[in-house]
Design a protein around this ligand. Structure first.
Ligand code: KIV
Length: 285
């Protein structure tokens, strides 16, 4: 493998590959996409993404909740298992949900181990320097940790809503210091969500692990999007940073409408979709 290159398919991608993947070292941008089930993981992996994130966005993307605070370890374990059963070559990272790493390091390590036993190869958690102790403990238990700074959705109430972060000079300094603290604590990559591009660029330059941006501009070392946003499977107006590459919701509704119309008119099922007796061999195929 050439210097500065991630493994090519079908070689699996591991944490050490991602840890090195800085554009300043000659790497191409890292591609990370969320997935929450086996078909989604197969689609993401078939498209060649580098990292599949089983995000706690599970809550508001798939399970119908208002925010990410509504899922815990049992739901995450369930969905990490579904993703890992796709056996992707992409690295599988699982979000540690709210309250799974806030009650002490032992609890955090134990919860991280449940995600690993479900199939995750690394975990992601939100917050800066106040998470250093937890990051160090989880890393010491041999579980790689990805950090997450900026608009951390688990802090929605503390932030008073979903707002772009680090707009003021002091907040940008704090973010920069948090990123350095996370990298020093052992994070192998850091997600930067909804921060001005110039702040993301400074962070990317300041840390020697890759930054993965979502609404953080083009100078990050990688980009992440939510599966349902990219594919147009979500209700409502997408965030400014989302680019929709398909409108699958419309396509799916139209396919289901066609089937419903065929059932109502008697056009479904046809002869070809029907079993007959006596054929001697009427097994389903
Ligand atoms: O849960 C999630 O989907 C995330 C991404 C937005 C980074 O944390």
């Amino acid at each position: 493998m050439p210097e500065g290159a991630l493994p090519e398919p079908p070689k699996p991608i591991g944490v050490p590959d991602i840890r090195l993947a800085k554009r300043s070292r000659g790497y191409r941008p890292v591609v990370m996409l969320t997935a929450y089930d086996t078909p989604g993981a197969r689609i993401a992996d078939g498209a060649g993404v580098d990292i599949i994130l089983v995000g706690d966005s599970l809550a508001n993307t798939v399970l119908g909740y208002e925010d990410t605070l509504q899922v815990g370890i049992p739901e995450m374990v369930h969905h990490v298992g579904a993703v890992s059963r796709a056996r992707p070559r992409a690295l599988v990272v699982a979000d540690m949900p709210w309250m799974s790493y806030h009650l002490g390091v032992n609890d955090a390590v134990s919860n991280a181990s449940r995600l690993v036993r479900a199939g995750a190869e690394a975990v992601k958690l939100e917050g800066g320097r106040r998470r250093v102790e937890v990051v160090e403990a989880v890393v010491a238990a041999e579980v790689p940790v990805m950090g997450h700074l900026g608009l951390t959705p688990q802090s929605v109430h503390a932030f008073g809503g979903y707002r772009v972060q680090a707009r003021e000079a002091r907040a940008a300094e704090v973010l920069l210091e948090d990123a350095v603290a996370l990298a020093e604590a052992g994070c192998f990559a850091i997600v930067l969500e909804a921060v001005p591009d110039s702040v993301a660029a400074r962070v990317t330059e300041a840390v020697d692990v890759p930054t993965i941006g979502i609404g953080a501009g083009s100078s990050c070392d990688g980009q992440v999007l939510v599966f349902h946003d990219l594919l147009g499977l979500r209700e409502g107006k997408p965030a400014k940073f989302v680019r929709q590459y398909a409108q699958l919701s419309e396509l799916a509704t139209s396919a289901v409408s066609s089937w419903a119309a065929d059932v109502r008119s008697g056009a479904f099922p046809s002869e070809a979709e029907t079993y007959h007796l006596p054929a001697g061999d009427d097994r389903p195929d």
